[in-house]
Design a protein around this ligand. Structure first.
Ligand code: T1G
Length: 654
């Protein structure tokens, strides 16, 4: 806010309270750093001040360095210099943490001499998720406060912890629900009895025990699939253990700058921006969402029960409709299973409490109180039309109606409704309560406030949402069909399923396209190909091998055989039957198989993705290339640190 200083100082007796005030997240931009530098200098010179409380105004303490400043020349004071000044201060600083203390924000708290936090505060050094490492002392100070093992977890995997967990590992000295009162009391105690007497420590706390670096590196390399920042972070922590502070900080800074100016961080910062921009599509204009307080789901299968679980976990009461009692019971059991698993992972406190807001029914009249209903029944147009006819008959006229269809023509469905403006697509990805991506599909009749309600719901569910227009497969499935087609061409021309999957895993995908099809079931895309047969472009090359597999009863893992064989039901092994079908196709097509290098395979897959991406943009199915990247990274396993297929097209690496 123009003119208002991002840092204010109040005197509470001998205690100075320094407040960060740079909405929305107190990012440590140049103005804030300068103002804090000046405040620290003034405080250090004022001998009446015996202790300092550092707090954040608004949503949290500090979300770290200002990401929007990256890519511009660094301006003084640098965060590392500022933190060095606070760490070296004679007057003790107490950091009072609420909301979030992330990246440079936690480094700022670590430079302070003591910390108090609310139990639910998010504390973390997530720099690796931006292709960076902590650049203001985090790799030096954190291991010396919580030990190496904890520091490696937090820095190399970038996972934030809660205030409660931070207290358990000694990262914070006290917890408080009423932070202002307790922080003042603690600061006064420190001012009276001194830091060591209160916290039992001076400065950095533990002598870091060197772990088995080899094992840590191997695990990290396996889990981060080609991303470099986590490995640089591990190496920086390891080296810093044997260095004096100034040398350790210099080494950290050098590594930070090298990453900051590299392709990986540029790609990940692109995604940071793109994911936030995707939540504000231009089609929203100034439209306001309708309130959603009570929801309904039609269909209790894998998708329906997952969607119901996501809604319950976000605090919405849910009514699940099924065609009969036994199907309703099965659906309820799936929901309970999902919630129990979420509880065991600490994602929710109490399954039973959420189930109190959940009911099943076979009667659409039970949906009368719902203001948003999501249909997730079998992918058949006539079945869906019948469901929406029933919804229009039983739901309140202002209720929003959504379909979870992955493929069907939503414009055609909208045309069957009396009020098409209240229909949109909410295309979840399995498992719906876990996968981050949500395609919010706008028909040619969807009203802006209906779309706005879809995006508001996505935000409440913690999803990354992208607006998509209506076409076969919307954004993600359409691009997947394109690269799956290309993979089948490469297969027909000589590569094996294992060659192609190895190329995709080497590129950074969690699994290859053939393993993925075997996992989700070959009959799904078979049904889609059959549905598209009448309209398929006859000039387009068509490989029938996948059809032959399905017609031979090879549906994938569930039949212990698809592209691969699964003798143990889980581990893919080369399948002689599949190899025979591939050889038969090549023989009949007169193809002499040839070898493919992994780079050639990935080059063709990327080109197929980018080509389809360009078509999608030209048709207005996606608003921007960034949106396409957000879809591919959050829904199809495209490696985040590469930024996405369209980012790679626009930013070719030498
Ligand atoms: N810098 C600049 N803007 C930021 C920001 C940051 N660090 N963090 C958030 N914003 C903006 C964001 O773009 C959005 O703006 C608004 O704040 C609300 O965010 C030296 C180098 C804090 C958990 O990685 O994880 O410190 O889109 O929509 O979902 O070692 O934002 O509305 O215009 O995301 O409630 C390390 C990044 C930086 C934390 C809030 N810090 N931020 O999530 O809201 S690198 C991070 C987040 C660093 C040092 C290094 C989340 C959040 P707009 P939002 P949210």
């Amino acid at each position: 806010m123009a003119g208002l200083s991002p840092v204010t100082v109040e005197l509470l007796g001998a205690i100075a309270r320094v407040s960060l005030n740079a909405p929305p997240v107190n990012a440590a931009g140049q103005a804030l750093r300068q103002a804090l530098w000046d405040a620290a200098a003034a405080i250090e010179a004022d001998t009446k001040i015996k202790a300092v409380i550092l707090v954040g105004k608004g949503r949290g303490f500090c979300a770290g360095a200002d990401i929007s400043e990256f890519g511009r020349p660094a301006q003084a004071p640098l965060l590392a210099e500022l933190l060095g000044k606070i760490a070296a201060a004679h007057t003790p600083w107490l950091a009072a943490l609420h909301g979030m203390a992330l990246g440079g924000g936690l480094e700022l708290a670590l430079a302070c001499h003591a910390r108090i936090a609310t139990p639910d505060c998010q504390l973390g050094l997530p720099e690796v998720s931006l292709g960076l490492i902590p650049g203001a002392g985090g790799t030096f100070r954190l291991p010396r406060v919580v030990g190496v093992a904890q520091a490696v977890e937090m820095i190399c995997y970038g996972k934030p912890i809660t205030g409660k967990q931070a207290a358990e590992i000694g990262l914070v000295d006290a917890l408080a629900d009423d932070l202002p009162t307790n922080a003042l009391a603690l600061a006064q105690d420190i001012a009276t009895r001194g830091l060591t007497a209160v916290t039992g420590a001076t400065g950095l706390r533990v002598a870091p025990e060197p772990p088995d670096w080899g094992a840590l590196t191997a695990t990290l390399r396996r889990k981060t699939r080609g991303q470099s920042a986590p490995l640089v972070a591990l190496e920086t922590i390891q080296t810093s253990l044997g260095l004096p502070e100034h040398k350790a900080l210099a080494q950290e800074r050098a590594a930070f700058i090298a990453l900051r100016d590299g392709a990986e961080s540029a790609a990940l910062r692109h995604l940071f921006r793109a994911e936030r921009a995707a939540m504000r599509p231009k089609q929203l204009g100034t439209a306001q969402p309708r309130a959603t307080s009570n929801t309904g789901v039609i269909g209790g299968g894998t998708m329906g029960s997952g969607i119901a679980t996501a809604l319950l976990m976000a605090g919405y009461p849910v009514t699940l409709i099924e065609r009969d009692e036994s199907a309703a019971t099965k659906g309820a059991a799936l929901v309970r299973h999902n919630l129990d698993a979420a509880q065991s992972r600490g994602l929710i406190a109490d399954t039973a409490a959420l189930l109190n807001t959940f009911q099943t029914s076979t009667d659409y009249a039970a949906l009368a109180p719902c203001d948003l209903v999501i249909e997730a029944v079998f992918e058949d147009f006539d079945i869906k039309r019948a469901v929406f006819t029933a919804l229009e008959a039983h739901c309140a006229p202002e209720a929003i109606l959504a379909s979870n269809t992955s493929y069907l023509d939503l414009n055609a469905l909208a045309a069957t409704l009396a009020q098409p403006a209240r229909l949109l697509g909410l295309h979840f990805f399995a498992p719906a309560h876990i996968m981050k991506l949500l395609e919010v599909v706008e028909t040619n009749a969807t009203a802006p406030e209906t779309l706005a309600t879809g995006f508001a719901l996505a935000r409440a569910l913690g999803k990354v949402a992208v607006r998509a227009g209506v076409c076969d497969g919307f954004i993600g499935n359409r691009i997947m069909s394109a690269y799956r087609r290309e993979c089948e061409y490469i297969l027909a021309d000589g590569a094996s399923p294992a060659d192609i999957d190895a190329a995709m895993r080497g590129f950074g995908f969690p699994m290859g396209v053939f393993e993925m099809q075997d996992l989700s079931g070959l009959e799904i895309s078979y049904a889609m190909r059959k549905r598209q047969a009448a309209t398929r472009n006859s000039a387009q090359r068509y490989i029938p091998i996948a059809d032959w597999l399905v017609e031979a009863g090879r549906l994938g893992r569930k039949t212990k055989g698809g592209w691969y064989a699964y003798p143990d039901g889980k581990t893919p092994e080369p399948a002689p039957d599949t190899a025979a079908l591939i050889a038969r196709y090549r023989r009949e097509a007169g193809i002499v198989p040839r070898r493919f290098e992994e780079t050639a395979i990935m080059g063709r897959i990327l080109a197929a993705m980018q080509g389809e991406g360009r078509a999608i943009l030209a048709e207005g199915i996606a608003n921007s290339a960034d949106d396409i990247d957000v879809v591919m990274v959050n829904g199809y396993g495209f490696p985040r640190w590469r930024g996405g297929p369209m980012w790679m097209l626009a930013n070719p690496t030498p």
